[in-house]
Write a protein that binds this ligand. Structure first.
Ligand code: F6P
Length: 329
């Protein structure tokens, strides 16, 4: 017989993402609607180990849907990677009467959730919360759309100065090992090219493409570059250096957008996504679902085994690559 779930714990872990607060709010309010107790766990898994628990009511999440960051704070806990850390986390959970966990985070955080659930037979529901959009089984992750909008706003500004000076800008964006942010922000900002880990980049071809643009009186160029590196190859500095050395006729500059991409208000899309996913997390627990990540595919809620969400590669749609190539001519 299924254990009854009276008290749930919520935590955010890994890099913060806009929309995490909207998810915390939705989970809290849906749980309260079903008369469950809610415990906010501060600072991700580290808070489980340290027993940093806060009782949450519906009003604990008032006035938070529009706020960036995470009211629960977040961390990348080294201690939770050790068996002793997870044991302590489990013991604290039991003494606080927490029967199930909802974990909002990215790949690393959900991998931790999977391990914890296996070792201690705890019902865990994962919510994909990362600007990287690199979790398999969901069309979008919480925070991705907001980060994309932030990037596009920045690129529009850089375009002004690139145009005035006839320069080529290599703009580096986050994404860890995934090119979603770079590829889609390139399309949305009308950039000339994107350099992403999912497809090979030939510097000579890129230079030839920029040169062709110049001949057609396109005197500036924007190249969105994913931060992903392999054996020291990758990132905006690497490509800008090569262009400067091998094609000194180009006036190249680099902008690394960095952590500003993770901040700011969540977009309407992310608020709705997070609200739907947070609601679905509690419904899933009530249906007896265990150790699944909530995803949204073709506008429908889906349950994805966490093991698949973290292990399977999420491919970049080839059509996006074609769209950028054709439209940036
Ligand atoms: O996973 C989200 C992310 O923002 C990645 O895009 C980036 O590589 C990483 O986190 C940066 O992590 P930190 O804030 O710990 O430096």
């Amino acid at each position: 017989m299924e254990r009854q779930i009276n008290t749930i714990g919520i935590l955010t872990s890994g890099g913060d993402a806009p929309g995490m607060n909207a998810a915390i709010r939705a989970i809290t309010r849906t749980a309260r609607f079903h008369s469950m107790n809610v415990v906010g766990v501060m600072r991700g898994y580290q808070g489980l180990i340290d027993g940093e628990f806060v009782k949450f009511t519906s009003s604990s999440v008032s006035n938070t849907i529009q706020r960036g960051g995470t009211i629960l704070k977040t961390a990348r806990s080294q201690a939770f990677m050790e068996a002793d850390g997870r044991k302590m986390a489990y013991e604290n959970m039991v003494s606080a009467g927490i029967d199930a966990l909802v974990v909002i985070g990215g790949n690393g955080s959900l991998t931790g959730a999977q391990l914890f659930a296996r070792e201690y037979d705890i019902p865990i529901i994962g919510l994909p919360g990362t600007i990287d959009n690199d979790l398999y089984g969901t069309d979008s992750t919480i925070g991705y759309d907001s980060a994309l909008n932030t990037i596009v706003e920045c690129v529009d500004k850089i375009r002004d100065t690139a145009n005035s000076h006839d320069r080529i800008f290599f703009i580096e964006v986050m994404g860890r090992d995934a090119g979603f942010l770079a590829q889609n922000s390139a399309i949305a900002s009308g950039a000339e090219a994107a350099i992403i880990p999912e497809s090979a980049t030939d510097v000579d071809q890129l230079a030839e493409f920029i040169e062709r643009g110049k001949r057609k009186s396109k005197n500036s160029a924007i190249v969105l570059v994913s931060e992903a590196q392999k054996d020291g190859v990758g990132g905006a500095l690497y490509y800008a250096d090569r262009i400067k050395k091998e094609y000194p006729q180009f006036d190249a500059r680099v902008t690394i957008l960095g952590h500003l991409q993770r901040g700011g208000k969540p977009s309407a899309y992310d608020r709705i996504l997070a609200s739907r996913m947070g609601y679905a997390a509690i419904e899933a627990l009530l249906e007896g679902q265990r150790n699944v990540m909530i995803g949204i595919k073709n506008d429908e809620i889906v349950y994805v085994p966490i093991s698949r969400a973290v292990k399977m590669n999420k491919p970049i749609n080839q059509e996006l690559i074609a769209v950028l190539n054709v439209l940036s001519m």
